[in-house]
Design a protein around this ligand. Structure first.
Ligand code: 5GP
Length: 178
């Protein structure tokens, strides 16, 4: 375990197992529909996307969006599109791939944006959910793990761009961000 991590909240094995379960559910849910276009939000969702797609056996495509969300550990509430999708999405069945839903602001905005561009449906899959912190109404269709209100790092999640490479979800020691 990394020296700055206080405890592991979700292990690598648990993440892989849950990705397998969610992948199988996606296979069933989209069996009679157009395969979804997975829209992963940079950068935090990259390790989750990489694991998840191994367990989806539909002819999916994926693309990336980059929207600004956090500075340090507190939500700014400001959302800016830094990188948009590469192609039009009119009529597409979209599945947004996110690392964590916290206040819900980022996803609410992105979901509305994609619907306004003509997507047929916009669903959300998130590795982690912190429902206690929600300030806007937003429910993800697929949730990996519901976690308490603690600042977590690893498996794509950062603190000042570090710790994204940890293969587990961990709670950072308080002295590291005080
Ligand atoms: P929201 O708009 O839901 O408040 O923010 C979502 C984004 O905030 C996530 O994509 C993530 O970048 C960041 N975030 C929220 N909670 C945490 C956390 O516990 N740890 C880390 N590293 N980032 C978080």
């Amino acid at each position: 375990m990394h020296q700055n991590v206080e405890k592991i909240l979700v292990s690598e094995e648990e993440i892989i197992q849950r990705c397998r379960e969610m992948g199988q559910k996606i296979n069933r849910d989209y069996a009679q529909k157009e395969p979804p276009l997975l829209v992963a939000l940079l950068k935090g969702s990259v390790p989750f996307l990489a694991e998840l797609i191994k367990h989806i056996d539909l002819d999916i495509e994926f693309d990336f969006m980059d929207v600004s969300s956090y500075a340090g550990t507190e939500s700014t509430g400001e959302i800016k599109v830094i990188k948009d999708l590469d192609r039009p999405i009119k009529g597409a069945e979209i599945l947004i791939v996110e690392d964590i839903v916290d206040t819900g602001r980022t996803l609410k905005t992105v979901r509305e944006l994609l619907l306004s561009k003509g997507a047929s449906s916009v669903k959300v899959i998130t590795l982690l959910d912190k429902p206690d912190r929600r300030v806007v109404e937003l429910e993800a269709e697929y949730v990996g793990f519901t976690i308490p209100n603690e600042f977590v790092v690893g498996y794509g999640l950062d603190f000042n761009q570090k710790y994204r490479n940890l293969p587990y979800i961990g709670v950072l020691k308080e002295e590291c961000y005080k």
